[in-house]
Design a protein around this ligand. Structure first.
Ligand code: ZN
Length: 224
């Protein structure tokens, strides 16, 4: 599905996976669960492009529902991979970048869930830092948005006023943005700071990891 020209959401991937189109090739933001590589490659073929046209895969964070298909996609396309150093370390170890705040029976439940979400380790080629601008969509800015995880990043393209938040925010069914909180959030205070940083960017379209795409986003940020 094309969100705006050259920005696509790949359907059916549980976690939202975004594909950006530039003259020199394609860029993917997050990969979805293990097995989603087939859906991504099918979508790329549907655009009349080859697997090798995927030049970059950017990971917002290391959770298995976002990096699960990374190893397979890297093998199929030869794309270079990008992440924050803390998340890169976790991705290369095939584990999450923070422990969940759970005990007892809930801890067991999450353990089982993480087995399901487990991602194969994959190499990260380039480490990203706050403020860095990638040559994508006329300039795609790395925005450090830690809180959900200790090295979480979002990405902002001023040319289209479009923001990709990963799990630093989610969107409810009625299109309201929500702060990352609860047991899967590494630091809730930092997560609120991450929302403030993003609210100040002037994004018109917000593409979250979980939930619908939010248009006319200015007044849909969490009130904090
Ligand atoms: Zn997620």
């Amino acid at each position: 599905m094309e969100i705006v020209p050259n920005v696509h959401a790949i359907p059916g991937t549980v976690v939202n996976v975004y594909l950006l189109v530039d003259a020199d090739g394609l860029t993917l933001i997050d990969t979805g669960l293990a097995g989603n590589d087939k859906k991504v490659l099918k979508y790329i073929a549907g655009l009349g492009r080859r697997p090798q046209d995927l030049k970059r895969i950017i990971l917002t964070h290391s959770d298995g529902d976002h990096v699960g298909a990374l190893a397979a996609l890297k093998a199929a396309t030869g794309a270079r991979t990008y992440a924050n150093p803390i998340e890169a370390k976790a991705i290369q170890a095939g584990r999450p970048s923070r422990a969940l705040k759970v005990r007892g029976i809930l801890a067991m439940l999450f353990k089982v869930m993480f087995i399901f979400f487990k991602a194969k380790p994959a190499t990260v080629d380039e480490l990203l830092s706050d403020g860095q601008v990638l040559p994508v969509l006329g300039g795609l800015r790395v925005v450090e948005t830690i809180g959900h995880t200790p090295g979480h990043i979002s990405l902002f393209a001023p040319s289209a006023k479009i923001l990709f938040t990963g799990d630093s925010m989610t969107a409810s069914a009625d299109g309201q943005l929500r702060t990352s909180r609860g047991r899967t959030t590494w630091d809730e205070v930092k997560a609120i700071e991450a929302v403030k940083i993003q609210a100040a960017l002037g994004a018109q379209i917000v593409c979250v990891g979980h939930g619908p795409i939010v248009r006319d986003a200015a007044n849909k940020f969490p009130q904090i």
